[in-house]
Structures are given as C-alpha cells and as structure tokens.
Design a protein around this ligand. Structure first.
Ligand code: TXA
Ligand code: MG
Length: 321
C-alpha cells in the first residue's frame, strides 16, 4: 500500500481506472474504491476487507449526468429532485439499476446505490479516473469506520493506494444517509446527518424510515457492526467510578466528577452534528490507547441526527449487551 497526498492523485486515478484499489477521503468516512464497471476490481474490495459475504456497494460519481447512466430509464423524477437538493453531499440514492452496473456491485439486487461526495479529493479522484467508483467504507469487515488516513493504514489491508486527506478538515464523520426511491416514494434505509425531516421539508413529501424487515433487502445492515477492537458499553449516568482501564466518551462536559482512566469528548455542548463528526474519531482514539482496556460511551437522545448516532452505537455495542 502506497500512502500518497493529493499531489500524486493522477497516479491513483489511473490505477483505479485500470482495476486497482484506492482508499480515499470523503466528507463522511474514508472509502475503499474500485472501478465500478470492472467486476474483477470490485471483487478485490471484498477480498481486501475480508468480508465473509458480498454486500451491495455504493457507486460514487463526480457528475450528476452519471445518474442517468447508472439508473435505468425512465428514472423517477424524485431522484433528480433529491439530487438537486442534496448532491454533492452525504446522501446516497438507491434506485433501479441500468444494465451497465455489474451484478457484483449490487449483490444481484435490481437496485443500485449512488452517491456524489462533496469532498474535494474524492471528487477529483472520481473525475480523473473517468469511471464510476464502487466504494464501501475503508475498514476491515465489522470494524470501526475510518475518519483519518491513519485509521485506514492501521487496518493493513492489501490495497494499492491510500490518499491522505487533511485530518483537521471538518467532516460529517458518519456514513451517508441511504434513501430508496421507488414509485415516487422515499424510504430511509440507513440514517445519516441528512434526516428524514430534512428531506421531507425540502421536497414537501412524506418520507418513511425502513422497518427492520424492509432492511433485510439492504444487507450490510447487520445488528453488529462498526465495532472497536475493545469491549464497548453504554455509559450510565449514575456510574461515578468506572472499572480500572476504562475510557469514557462523553458528548457534553461532565457535570460531576467521574473516575475513569481517560475521558474524551465528541462535543462539549451536546451539539449532535459535532457528536457525529467526532464519533468514529473518538472511538479510534480509545481503540489505539494502550492504557484503555474497555470503552464506555454516553448514549444520545434519538431525535434528528441523534437517530443516526444511536444507530451506529447500538450496532457497535451489540455484542457486549
Ligand atoms: O458515506 C458513505 O456512504 C461511505 C462513503 C465511503 O461513501 N460508504 C459506505 O459504504 O458507508 P458501506 O458499504 O459501508 O455501506 C453501504 C450501505 C450499506 O448499508 C448497504 O446495505 C447499502 O448502503 N446499500 C448499498 N447498495 C444498496 C442497494 N442496492 N440496495 C439497498 N441498500 C444498498
Ligand atoms: Mg461500512
């Protein structure tokens, strides 16, 4: 794996186009990209991530005109309305695929997921490669999503390039909102910082949130996911003293003294966008700290962006409950 900066992006784009694997920053989390039109390259993604089964991948584009190539005609007008409001940005649209999209990208499903990242490096890479780019988050199967190139590097995946972004840049921090467009309706398959209310207000339509049954049609939405390599538990407000070696992640400055080996904050004021932006970064920091043996994290209220934060945390803590 060659770690490069934006200056060598041409090299990485050519590699991507020719079937290589390139990890790159986006405004949500780092993606592990392959040429979406090359099934052999796409298969390489699953191998590098050590995924036990194939999962449908999001296809990343750099131009709105690519929507009509990837989705089958006639494209629901709602797709374009959504795209004009939220693309580029942290929104993924799932809609019936065209014949151009290989089955491996969609795990044999008739829909394909498409997203146009707002991050400058991601945009440049996709544009220079000249192809749509299939990319899951750039982490080994089941592990925490990466929000820094260092998080990608530590996974030691067998890939060609890793493009380092600027860690100080403000990021969304959690994966995109995934919305299914079907028969003139919108259904949220995965919550993100663009909420059901945001879409419903902008488009003046009713937006449903997929029930668990519906989600079976969207693999990758396993109960257990996004897990650090150390036990992770929800922190209960009444615990003033945590066991030895406990790391604690809070979202607001503590009102009372808590005894813990290490305390860090996603936000000092419970600002949910800040919480989302720093969520995976804080979890990685605890995962990497050798003085921490188990991690506690405070829950947030399940409202607005809090729904997305809790979606990730429930999955990350699942195996320890
Ligand atoms: O922000 C993001 O979306 C990041 C960056 C890299 O763009 N990508 C990402 O990819 O989170 P991944 O593979 O970790 O998650 C893709 C999600 C999964 O929940 C998957 O089930 C859903 O999108 N998905 C992909 N294709 C789908 C399809 N055809 N139908 C329904 N759901 C789909
Ligand atoms: Mg993922």
């Amino acid at each position: 794996m060659k770690i490069i900066t934006e200056e060598q992006i041409d090299e990485a784009a050519l590699c991507l186009r020719n079937g290589g694997l390139v990890a790159f920053p986006t405004e949500t989390v780092y993606g592990l990209g392959a040429n979406a039109l090359d099934p052999v390259a796409v298969a390489g993604i699953f191998e590098a991530k050590k995924r036990p089964s194939f999962d449908p991948l999001i296809v990343h584009i750099s131009d709105i005109s690519q929507l009509s190539q990837l989705f089958s005609n006639p494209v629901d007008p709602l797709v374009y309305t959504l795209a004009s409001e939220f693309m580029p940005g942290p929104l993924t649209i799932v809609h019936r695929k065209s014949a151009l999209v290989p089955e491996l990208v969609t795990s044999g499903m008739e829909n394909v997921a498409v997203r146009m990242p707002a991050h400058a490096i991601a945009h440049k890479l996709i544009k220079l490669s000249g192809v749509p780019v299939a990319a899951p988050s750039a982490n080994l199967f089941g592990q925490l999503s990466p929000t820094s190139y260092k998080h990608v590097a530590k996974q030691q995946m067998d890939i060609d390039y890793l493009i380092a972004g600027d860690d100080a840049e403000h990021l969304v921090g959690i994966e995109s909102t995934v919305v299914l467009v079907e028969n003139g309706t919108c259904t949220i398959l995965r919550p993100g910082v663009i909420t059901a209310e945001d879409i419903s207000q902008k488009l003046n339509i009713n937006v449903t949130i997929a029930s668990h049954n519906h989600k079976v049609g969207s693999p990758g939405l396993l109960n257990s996911h996004y897990s650090p390599r150390k036990p992770l538990y929800f922190y209960d407000d009444n615990q003033f003293e945590l066991p030895e070696g406990s790391g604690l992640i809070l979202h607001t400055t503590a009102l009372h003294e808590i005894k813990a080996a290490k305390i860090i904050y996603t936000s000092h004021t419970a600002n949910l966008l800040e919480v989302a932006a720093h969520l995976f970064t804080c979890l990685h920091e605890m995962e990497d700290d050798t003085t921490v043996t188990q991690i506690y994290i405070a829950p947030v209220e399940e409202k607005g962006v809090g729904i997305s934060v809790m979606d990730r945390l429930k999955k990350a803590t699942y195996q320890y409950r």
